[in-house]
Write a protein that binds this ligand. Sequence first.
Ligand SMILES: Cc1ncc(C[n+]2csc(CCOP(=O)(O)OP(=O)(O)O)c2C)c(N)n1
Ligand SMILES: [Mg+2]
Length: 444
Amino acid sequence: MGNKKTRSKQNSNGNRVGTAALGRPVERSSTKGNAPNTDLRTYSIPDYRLEHPDFTVRQRVETDHQGHEHVRYEVEGNLDAPVPPIRDSKYLDKSQAIEIYRYMLLNRKMEVALENLYKQGKVVGGVYFGLGQEACSCASAYALDKDDWFAPMIRNQGSLLVRGFGASVTMMQYMAKADSPTKGRDGTAHFGDIEKRNTVSPISMLGDLIPVMAGVALGARLQGRNLAVMTYIGDGGQSTGVTYEGINFAAVQNLGLVLFVESNLWAYSTPSEMQYRCKDLAERAIGYGIPGVIVDGTDACQVYDAAREAVERAHAGEGPTLIEAKMMRMKGHAIHDAAAYVPKPMFDFWKKRDPIARFENYLVKEKKWLTPKENQDLIAEVEAEIEAEREIAVNSPMPTPESAEGGVFCENGCHQIKPKYGMPKVKKGTGAGYKETEAAVHLK
Ligand SMILES: Cc1ncc(C[n+]2csc(CCOP(=O)(O)OP(=O)(O)O)c2C)c(N)n1
Ligand SMILES: [Mg+2]
């Protein structure tokens, strides 16, 4: 993030890729013989993947010799398919691709450090991991411009790194340290920074971030700015009613929501087969009347391209985009969960599609953008950074007991909410037609 972004190119129809390639559902009449068949409509959902994994998870109920029933999952399908290549990005140049790779390495090594801190008894509570999802977290956040807004979910610790939160911030938060953003009041990732980094804190109630972020986009637009607002929802969390409400609101208001649906095949111990019946969650976009697109969530280039196109649509005032990123959660729900319910062949399949190993291979062997020596130096430098950040976090003090009573209520205007980009433009009432809205009065 932060460096110059290449704008998406024009496609052959002369439309901006951001609009046309993402396939805003377009009604098409299909033909029967020569006559148009008006009974049939088809909608397009672009799919950037170079592979379409083909397997199904089935639930089996088994009875043990004592008569107790146990649920077990089995996977069936083509689990020996060859690993697909990384798809060349339409927009990323060499230095940007290497920067994303570096963030992915930081993401992974920070989580390894967190696991060790947990095992050393230094973490208060649990730890959540985004293992296998680093490309989705890092390349998505990298597609945002500095002024755009963003809200991570618990697994998007890589996105936080991209948005400028050092690894020590997340580590201190898990250790409930005095210098952490919540000063020890919350043990997990519930922090943001609405002043400097345009980052809204995750919300535990799944789906609730979506209307909140739609509201952020609406607020910015009332203040004269078309900003992109990016957030994430899981394949489990997208079943909530508030997800529907939030996306629908963003759709009808044409707000710049960039929603990543992280299709990681599991919601806690529930497989996606038991979560929804449509083939791909991107199809939900058709019902909302917004563009939807499918990407391989383990391919940083695909994630970036779809995100960047959605961000450009948002900046152009063209409304929300739903991006389904397909991948696999490679650990349990959190550190307490050994994920014993996941059939081992599924882990084996996705392990071969490790987003970091594949991107490394792409940069070193295919593109030759990094020599093996440069790659080793980069890895060593990332390890040194994580070690330094770990030291900062470990050395931060625990909060004093007296500090617990501070920061509970607003003190001395600490949370004054002011319009960030300018006073909202409202129509002045001149007669029976218009009335100054209550919201506008309130903002003054
Ligand atoms: C409204 C709501 N219902 C239930 C929960 C409890 N809960 C927390 S995480 C989770 C599973 C989420 O799965 P998914 O959305 O697929 O995200 P993933 O863990 O795979 O990233 C559930 C059910 C919650 N936080 N909010
Ligand atoms: Mg999930």
